[in-house]
Each structure stands twice: as structure tokens, then as C-alpha cells.
Design a protein around this ligand. Structure first.
Ligand code: C5P
Length: 313
């Protein structure tokens, strides 16, 4: 049995549970400037969610504590899991001693620039806000989200937003992308911090990137933007991770692409206006031992704050 709360739409069950589908994101553009005094880099990125998602269910437990049950692709242990940390942080903030069961099923591969862990964490904050009836506004959740990671606030505002600062300053955009997306995920995780540590900002190239980003933003043309392949971290990722560079070259030589990276990698992606072409490309790449391939579309539902979900507890 469940009752759907009409204003925000997160499904609430009689046994007090909420269920959400945290989506993956890709960076339609990513411009990274210099390193700041706090060690982070100033950036300008436009992110959009795609319809590859994890499943997150939160419900009251019979015993005190946060009990995390994680299944699926690569589950980090409790203390390292961003969902666990999100629950701890919100409980602390609200002065709650949690008795909480968390069921997380991971479909979004980790360490590949798709923001899976960040999305799970944002969904956890939004879901617990509802489960615990805290009635915190999105703006009140953002500082907590930002403590968990630079990408986390975006997922409170998804599906499409411009993110600046270290990534935590989010401005939702009304523009949408209508292209089909092919995600190619190499069998290799990329530590974000390593890519940023080796990154050297190139002012001239960034100026050119920003000129193009501003042009397509003014036009409201995100389809035009994404095919520009703007990502300041691309070269650094390819220099550090030779197998990714080789995989991209190999696939592009077969006429599939051009391929760009999402975030700091390792995910490679390309987009097309033709669903048929995407299907053909996905079929040609299926079964390669070096990579997982997903054919997805942009996900235009609003973020975990507003998303309609179904809890079946
Ligand atoms: O914020 P988050 O924990 O996701 O960042 C992971 C690492 O990526 C940071 O520790 C930092 O080294 C790097 N980073 C950065 N500038 C950003 C975002 C991340 O240097 N804007």
C-alpha cells in the first residue's frame, strides 16, 4: 500500500518508506579554470541527467543505526558509501538518532564521470527530508549536499543545470537536449582527484571554449553545444590513462563517434539525432570485453526532489 504525496510526488508507504531513482549525468560541456586557494578548481559546466539510474529505498528500521544494504555494480563499504554519509550528515544536522534501512541497487558504474554516487547522495538527502518530515527547502539542503561532493547539489536541481564555483553553485536551465546518447564505459575507473591534480589550465583554449558555450547557451541550443565536445579535462585524462585513449581511437576508427568524456572520465560518450544510428552503434560495440555500452536518452523528469516514484515495500 502506498500513498503518493501529490506536491512532491515521492511515494510514501504505510510502513514509512520512500523510493527514488537517482539518475546518472553527463557533462554537456566542462570548462575548468585555475586551482583556487582551497585546492579545488573553478569551473563552468552544463550537466544533464540521462535515463540510467540506481534504485534507492529508505525506510524506518526496527533498531537504531543506519543499516545499508547495497547490491549491483561495485558497492563501496558503509563508511565510504556517499549515501551512508548523506544519511549521517542529515541526521546530525536535524539532531536525529536514525533508525534507518537503506536499500541501494547500483546500476551506474563508479569512477567513470557519470555522478552515480553523487546522485545517490542527493536522492538520499531529498528522500530522508521527506521520510523524517524535516521540511527543509532545497536551498537548505544544498550546503549539506556540497559537503558531500561538488557534484551533489546539481542532482537536487536536475535535469539540466549550469554549475559554477567548484561545481556546487547550481543554476537550473529550462533548455533541453533531444539527442540520443551512447555511453561507453571502459573497464577502468578514473580517480577524479588524480585528473585534477595533473590538470594545467590553458587560458587561450578555455577562452575559446567559453565563447562557444556562451553562444549555444544564448541560442538555447544544448544539442548544438554537446556536439562541440567541450571538456577541459579530456587531454589530461587521455594522457594519464592510455587504455582509454586507445579504446577511443579504436572505436572512432570504426566510424563511431566522435567520442568525448564525461566529467574527468572514464566514460566516453557520443550523441546522435537518430535513434536508429545509436542502436546500430550499440549493437556493433556490444560484447566487447573492454567496455560496457549503454544506449540512453536524456532524462527530462525533474530531480529527486520532485520525481514521482513507487515504493513497494
Ligand atoms: O568534490 P569532490 O569530492 O567530488 O571532488 C573530488 C576531487 O576532485 C577533489 O578532492 C579535488 O581534488 C578535485 N576537484 C577539483 N575541483 C573541482 C572539483 C573537484 O579540484 N571543482
Amino acid at each position: 500500500m502506498q500513498a503518493v504525496v501529490p506536491d512532491r510526488g515521492i511515494a510514501i508507504t504505510k510502513s514509512s518508506g520512500v523510493s527514488l531513482r537517482p539518475p546518472a549525468k553527463i557533462n554537456l560541456s566542462l570548462v575548468v579554470f585555475g586551482r583556487r586557494t582551497d585546492g579545488y578548481h573553478e569551473l563552468h559546466t552544463i550537466m544533464a541527467t540521462v535515463d540510467l539510474h540506481d534504485d534507492l529505498t529508505l525506510r524506518d528500521a526496527d533498531t537504531l543505526g543506519i543499516h545499508l544494504h547495497c547490491t549491483g555494480l561495485g558497492c563501496p563499504s558503509e563508511g565510504e558509501n556517499l549515501v551512508y554519509r548523506a544519511a549521517e550528515l542529515l541526521a546530525d544536522h536535524a539532531g536525529i538518532s536514525p533508525a534507518l534501512e537503506i536499500y541501494l541497487h547500483k546500476r551506474i558504474p563508479a569512477g567513470c564521470g557519470l555522478g552515480g554516487a553523487s546522485s545517490d547522495a542527493a536522492a538520499c538527502l531529498a528522500g530522508l527530508n521527506r521520510l523524517w518530515k524535516l521540511e527543509l527547502s532545497r536551498e537548505q539542503l544544498v550546503p549539506l549536499a556540497a559537503q558531500l561532493g561538488s557534484d551533489v547539489p546539481f542532482f537536487l536541481y536536475a535535469p539540466v543545470a549550469l554549475c559554477t564555483g567548484r561545481g556546487e553553485m547550481v543554476q537550473p536551465l529550462s533548455h533541453r537536449c533531444s539527442r540520443y546518447v551512447l555511453l561507453i564505459i571502459p573497464d577502468l575507473q578514473v580517480p577524479t582527484a588524480q585528473v585534477y591534480a595533473h590538470y594545467r589550465s590553458n587560458e587561450c583554449r578555455n577562452e575559446d571554449f567559453m565563447r562557444r558555450v556562451r553562444y549555444f547557451l544564448r541560442q538555447g541550443d544544448l544539442d548544438g553545444l554537446v556536439i562541440q565536445g567541450i571538456n577541459s579535462l579530456d587531454c589530461t585524462c587521455m594522457e594519464l590513462f592510455e587504455p582509454i585513449r586507445r579504446l577511443r581511437e579504436e572505436i572512432e576508427q570504426e566510424g563511431i563517434g566522435p567520442l568525448q568524456i564525461s566529467g574527468s572520465g572514464s566514460c566516453l560518450f557520443t550523441t546522435s539525432g537518430s535513434r536508429e544510428q545509436m542502436k546500430q552503434w550499440a549493437q556493433r560495440l556490444e560484447g566487447r570485453s573492454l567496455a560496457q555500452v549503454y544506449s540512453v536518452t536524456f532524462y527530462h523528469q525533474t530531480g529527486p526532489f520532485l520525481e514521482v516514484q513507487h515504493a513497494d515495500l
